[in-house]
Design a protein around this ligand. Sequence first.
Ligand SMILES: [Fe+2]
Ligand SMILES: [Fe+2]
Length: 261
Amino acid sequence: MTTAGSHQGRPHGGDDIPANWTVAELVIKYPVLRETLERLGVDYCCNGKKPLAAAVADAGRDWTTVRNELQEALTAAADSAPPTDWNTAALGALVDHILQKHHAFTRTQLLRLDGLLDKVQVAHGARHGAVLQSLRSVFDDLNAELDAHLMKEEQILFPAIKSIDAFMTDRGERPAIHCGSVGHPIRQMEHEHDSAGQALAAMRRISGNYHLPADACQTYCALYDGLQALEADLHEHIHLENNILFPRSVALEEDMVQGQG
Ligand SMILES: [Fe+2]
Ligand SMILES: [Fe+2]
């Protein structure tokens, strides 16, 4: 546990979280804390402009206790996620990172957002039906596309990459790549990434940059916040695949083929 006055283990070497920061300031600086705030029932969305101490009091909680929990969450995040250079890390480790962090998050978030969108459509359909229906249409297509996309990566492409990596590091037999070359499924995955990127941009456009209407309820806020979290995570996920995993896999496969003589 972090003690007052000690800055050890704090990301960015910050001081104790100040009680007069607004909730929005906190989650913008430390997005990782959204989960803790949500668990503690502190509204970080509709009432983001409130000072932290007031928002915590509104949730019926004690400021000092909550601040300690937030600081522990920050310390744990800093400790559990030492920066990894994915340009040099083992390819198998990068695949596992993508699966554990991004595929798991995408699935959980899509399911959650589907339910939130249902609730918001029922509650706000009368006044915001057109926007919500357009969002629903793009979201449903994205949801279906990602479901198939993640499955293809998990069942075809990633096992092929891991088997090449295992062979090239003397941990496995020479693999027979059933898709001919990893370049083929990679081109298809890149095409699907483009489509997902367009869907994310369309939802941002439809929602006016996720601008909440004046009568938005907490569920509406949670929906827009969640869609933005999905967008941010997918951007990072696609960057890791398009810019690092895929080129490194193609190069490693070429090394394997050349090594055959
Ligand atoms: Fe992926
Ligand atoms: Fe992908």
